[in-house]
Design a protein around this ligand. Structure first.
Ligand code: NAD
Length: 477
C-alpha cells in the first residue's frame, strides 16, 4: 500500500506509516499515512519560518491563483474526495460530498479576499500628517484540527492563513489524515512555494505538543476538545503568541408551544443526529415547553424510527457509524449515565450490527431529563440528545443559557416576539431560528462564547482579525 508522506520544506518525507481505518468497516484500511516525530515538526516549523519573508511579500495575484486553483481542483474531485472523507470519518457520502464542496467554496472565497486586501487612510489629529492603517501577516501559524470535519476545518484555517501572507505548519487529527494529505498535495501542485505549507501528520502528544512548545510559531489556531484547547492557551501565553480556540458545545434547541411541529422535529432530528451527532454545533439539549412536549416527543420518536444507520457509503444511509471505538465507548457510557441519572430512554440506546464490522449506534433520545444531569451538562459528541421539559419561554431561555458552553443555540417558534428576544438574549455565538443548530455558511463569521471558543471569529472576512496584525503608520507630508 502506498505511503502518504508528510510535506516538509516542499519535500514528501517519512517512512513509518499508520493505518487509516474505515469506521464503517474496520477490516478496511483506507490508506497508510506517515507519522511525524517531534524533530520532523521542528524541521517543518523552521521551513515555514524560512519561507515567511518571501511569502509575506508575495503578490496578490500569485496568492489568488494558487487558492483559486485549489478550490477548482477540490470541486472537480468532490466525489472522489467526498468518498475518501466518508471512508475515513464515517459521515454519509452526501454529507461528505457537501463538506468537500464547502472546502472548495472556502478556498474560492479566500482567493477573492486576496484581491480585496485593503487598509484605511485617515487624517492625523495633527496638521500635515497622514495616517495609514494596514494589516500584515503575523508569521508562522500552527494549525491543529479535530477529526469531525476532515476537510472543511483544515480549509477554513489554511485558506485565510495563506491568503493574508502567513506560512503554515498543519497538524490534522490522527483519525483522518486522508483529506488533509489531499489538500496539501493540491496546494503543493497549485504552485505554493516550498515551505509555505508544511503537513505534519502524527500524534497530538508528539507533533501537537512540539508545536505548542515551539517559540517560533506566531499563532496557533486550534479546533478540538476543551481540554486540549486549554493546553494550547497555556502554552501560547507562555510563548507570547496569538491563539484562537474553537472547542466543545452543549447546544440547546428550544421548542415553544407555538412552533410549527414539522419544522421543529426536522430541525431537532438534523441537529441532534445527522453526521452521527459528531458536530460541535449539534443540539443535544432539546428544551420543550409543556403545551407541545408530548406531541413533539411522539413526532421526533417517529422520525428517528425512519433514520437508517449503516455504512457511510451505502445509498439510503442517513447516519453513518461513530468515528472509532473510543468515541463509541464514550457514547455508550453516557447512555448508561443518563439511565442512572433517571432520564427516560425514549428511543435507541443500543449498538447495532451491520453487514460489515463497524461502530454503529442507534440514534438515542432521552426524555424527562433535567438540565443538571451530566448528560445535559457535558459534551457527549455522539447521536444522543435529551428532552428537557419547561413551563414557558422564560424558563426555556434560562435553561438554554445555563451551560458552560456557548457555541450555537436554536429556537423553533412562530412568534416574532420570542424569536427576536431569543436572538438578543441567547448567550451563544450563533443563533438559529426555525433551523438546525448545525449547518452554517462559509462566508460569514463562525464561533462561540464561554468555554466553546476563545479569540476572534473564524471564516468570512472576520478571519483577518486572527491571521493579521494591524499597523498604524504616520507620515509628515
Ligand atoms: P482533541 O482535542 O482530542 O484533538 C484535536 C486536535 O488536537 C487533534 O489534532 C489532536 O491530535 C490534537 N492534540 C491532542 N493532544 C494534543 C497536545 N497535547 N498538544 C497539541 N495538540 C494535541 O479533539 P477531537 O476529539 O479531535 O475533536 C472533538 C472535539 O472538537 C469536540 O470537543 C468538538 O466539540 C470539538 N470541535 C469544535 C468545533 C468548533 O468549531 N467549536 C468544531 C469541530 C469540533
Amino acid at each position: 500500500m502506498t505511503l502518504h508522506q508528510n510535506l516538509i520544506a516542499g519535500e514528501w518525507v517519512g517512512t513509518n506509516g499508520v493505518e487509516n481505518i474505515n469506521p464503517s468497516n474496520t477490516k478496511e484500511v483506507v490508506g497508510l499515512y506517515a507519522s511525524a516525530s517531534a524533530d520532523d515538526t521542528k524541521t517543518a516549523i523552521a521551513a515555514a519560518k524560512a519561507a515567511f519573508p518571501a511569502w509575506s511579500r508575495s503578490g496578490i495575484l500569485e496568492r489568488h491563483a494558487i487558492l483559486k486553483k485549489t478550490a477548482d481542483e477540490i470541486l472537480a474531485r468532490k466525489d472522489e474526495i467526498g468518498t475518501l472523507l466518508a471512508r475515513e470519518e464515517g459521515k454519509t457520502l452526501p454529507e461528505a460530498i457537501g463538506e468537500t464542496i464547502r472546502a472548495a467554496q472556502i478556498f474560492d472565497f479566500f482567493a477573492g479576499e486576496a484581491l480585496r486586501l485593503a487598509g484605511e487612510v485617515l487624517p492625523s489629529a495633527r496638521p500635515n500628517i497622514g495616517v495609514e492603517i494596514t494589516r500584515e501577516p503575523i508569521g508562522v501559524i500552527g494549525i491543529i484540527t479535530p477529526w469531525n470535519f476532515p476537510i472543511a476545518i483544515p480549509a477554513w484555517k489554511i485558506a485565510p492563513a495563506l491568503c493574508y501572507g502567513n506560512t503554515v505548519v498543519f497538524k490534522p487529527a490522527e483519525l483522518v489524515p486522508g483529506c488533509s494529505w489531499a489538500i496539501a498535495d493540491i496546494l503543493n501542485r497549485a504552485g505554493l512555494p516550498k515551505g509555505v505549507l508544511n503537513l505534519v501528520m502524527g500524534k497530538g502528544s508528539v507533533v501537537g505538543q512540539a508545536m505548542l512548545d515551539s517559540p517560533d510559531l506566531a499563532g496557533i489556531t486550534f479546533t478540538g476538545s476543551t481540554g486540549t484547547g486549554k493546553r494550547v492557551a497555556a502554552s501560547s501565553i507562555e510563548h507570547n503568541r496569538k491563539f484562537q480556540l474553537e472547542m466543545g458545545g452543549k447546544n440547546p434547541m428550544v421548542v415553544l408551544d407555538d412552533a410549527d411541529l414539522t419544522v421543529a422535529v426536522e430541525a431537532a432530528a438534523n441537529s441532534g443526529f445527522f453526521s452521527t451527532g459528531q458536530r460541535c454545533t449539534a443540539s443535544s439539549r432539546l428544551i420543550v415547553t409543556e403545551g407541545i412536549h408530548d406531541k413533539f416527543v411522539a413526532a421526533l420518536t417517529e422520525r428517528l424510527k425512519t433514520l437508517v444507520v449503516d455504512d457511510a457509503l451505502k445509498p439510503g444511509t442517513h447516519i453513518g457509524p461513530v468515528v472509532d471505538e473510543r468515541q463509541l465507548a464514550t457514547d455508550t457510557d453516557y447512555i448508561d449515565i443518563g439511565r442512572q441519572e433517571g432520564a427516560k430512554l425514549a428511543f435507541g440506546g443500543e449498538t447495532i450490527a451491520r453487514d460489515n464490522p463497524g461502530f454503529y449506534l442507534q440514534p438515542t433520545l432521552f426524555t424527562e431529563a433535567t438540565n443538571q444531569m451530566r448528560i445535559s451538562r457535558e459534551e457527549i459528541f455522539g447521536p444522543v440528545a435529551s428532552v428537557i421539559r419547561v413551563k414557558d419561554y422564560d424558563e426555556a431561555l434560562a435553561v438554554a443559557n445555563d451551560t458552560p458552553f456557548g457555541l450555537s443555540a436554536g429556537i423553533a417558534t412562530t412568534s416574532l416576539k420570542h424569536a427576536t428576544h431569543f436572538k438578543r438574549n441567547s448567550e451563544a455565538g450563533m443563533v438559529m431560528v426555525n433551523l438546525p443548530t448545525a449547518g452554517v455558511d462559509f462566508h460569514v463569521p463562525f464561533g462561540g462564547r464561554k468555554a466553546s471558543s476563545f479569540g476572534s471569529r473564524e471564516q468570512g472576512k472576520y478571519a483577518n482579525e486572527f491571521f493579521t496584525v494591524v499597523k498604524t503608520a504616520y507620515t509628515l507630508a
